[in-house]
Design a protein around this ligand. Structure first.
Ligand SMILES: NC(=O)c1ccc[n+]([C@@H]2O[C@H](COP(=O)([O-])OP(=O)(O)OC[C@H]3O[C@@H](n4cnc5c(N)ncnc54)[C@H](OP(=O)(O)O)[C@@H]3O)[C@@H](O)[C@H]2O)c1
Length: 327
């Protein structure tokens, strides 16, 4: 298999159902698959919110649907050559949401694929997913992986990806740090020593598109990480420096981190929860090199992040001027 041959291979998959395709990663996957001539079916809970970026894509149906309903799900995947599941949450709104979204939904997707004879299922999990993890997020992700693997013997070819934290133009990661830095000259930072190996969103999209037609990725689980490891404090200070902001970052002790998370999880938007803190107790770094089967190397954060962080800063400055000028 030669490097860069993935585009042609993906073109062999005429229709793909992208579940969670309206999200951050999903929009990048959708864009990439469209350039490869793939037709897309993208369910969403709120079409009005999802449609702006997606309906302009050729051969793309954005469908308002309740994917928890088995019959609806079966109709969505019927006739597709592949299903990609990108649905995930970082916080629960109600108790049990992690299980419902990360484990029960994958079971329903597997059932729908089996019933409708869909031959290919790609699932995005998370690095460090484990049944014995201390965070419910990671335990529920492991339960979801188990559901996906159970599909393999019944003829659905599966691939699971476990990314570290994902960065890119519209990420909720470096952009969030940059926004917080704008609000305050001092940043009290929980889990300052948590380690991450961020992966570029276009590389995750490329991994998904590439694997669709690659038999050597069937029945396999791949960890996805970028080329370099960083401590959380380094990432925050990096985002500040790209925005040209000198900020005092105060690393919090484990006790203060818990306290901060306790308060933040009770505020709207849940910037951080105690479950997030538990998930960061394990380094989000890959134990192996980037998967050779995918045929490309991941991009360095320093080569990509300055382009969009600086641009986003300029856009928000212009917005502020517009608001001030009443335009
Ligand atoms: N971003 C990261 O840094 C990162 C890191 C590791 C793993 N992952 C995993 O990668 C996948 C994609 O992440 P992402 O960042 O693209 O997520 P995202 O932007 O939050 O998008 C998630 C998608 O899931 C759908 N969704 C969320 N909650 C749902 C629910 N209760 N029922 C039905 N649909 C729901 C949303 O669709 P609608 O609102 O349109 O219905 C949305 O399109 C997820 O599985 C995530 O856990 C992400």
């Amino acid at each position: 298999m030669t490097r860069g041959s993935s585009l042609n291979e993906a073109a062999h998959v005429p229709t793909v159902c992208l579940i969670g395709g309206s999200g951050f990663v999903g929009r990048h996957v959708a864009n990439l698959l469209c350039t490869q001539g793939v037709a897309l079916r993208i369910p969403t809970r709120r079409r009005e919110l999802a449609k702006s970026e997606l309906i302009v894509l050729p051969n793309t149906e954005v469908i308002e649907a309740n994917i928890d309903d088995a019959e609806v799900l079966a109709r969505l995947v019927a006739g597709c050559e592949a299903v990609v599941n990108l649905v995930g949450i970082l916080h629960e709104k109600s108790k049990g949401d992690f299980r419902r979204v990360h484990a029960e939904l994958p079971r329903k997707i597997v059932d729908a694929c089996r019933t409708k004879g869909v031959p290919r299922l790609v699932h995005v999990s998370a690095l460090n997913a484990a049944h014995d993890a201390s965070s419910e997020y990671l335990r529920s992700k492991a339960a979801g992986e188990q559901q996906i693997r159970a599909a393999q013997p019944s003829g659905v070819q599966t691939t699971i990806f476990r990314p570290s934290v994902i960065f890119g133009r519209d990420d909720a990661f470096l952009n969030l740090f940059a926004r917080l830095a704008r609000l305050s000259p001092v940043i009290p930072l929980g889990c300052p020593n948590a380690r991450f190996q961020p992966i570029y969103v276009d590389d995750v999209a490329r991994a998904i598109a590439t694997c669709l037609g690659k038999p050597q990725t069937f029945a396999r689980t791949f960890e996805l990480c970028g080329p370099k490891t960083y401590r959380l404090q380094e990432l925050v200070s990096y985002a500040c420096s790209i925005r040209g902001l000198r900020r005092l970052i105060i690393p919090l002790s484990p006790g203060m981190t818990q306290l901060q998370a306790f308060f933040l999880e009770h505020l709207p938007g849940k910037l951080m929860t105690r479950d997030n803190v538990r998930s960061m107790q394990v380094d989000s770094v890959c134990g192996c090199a980037f998967p050779e089967a995918l045929g490309f190397d991941p991009s360095a954060m320093e080569a990509v992040a300055p382009l969009y962080l600086a641009k986003n800063a300029q856009a928000s400055r212009l917005n502020r001027y517009r608001i001030r000028a009443n335009r």
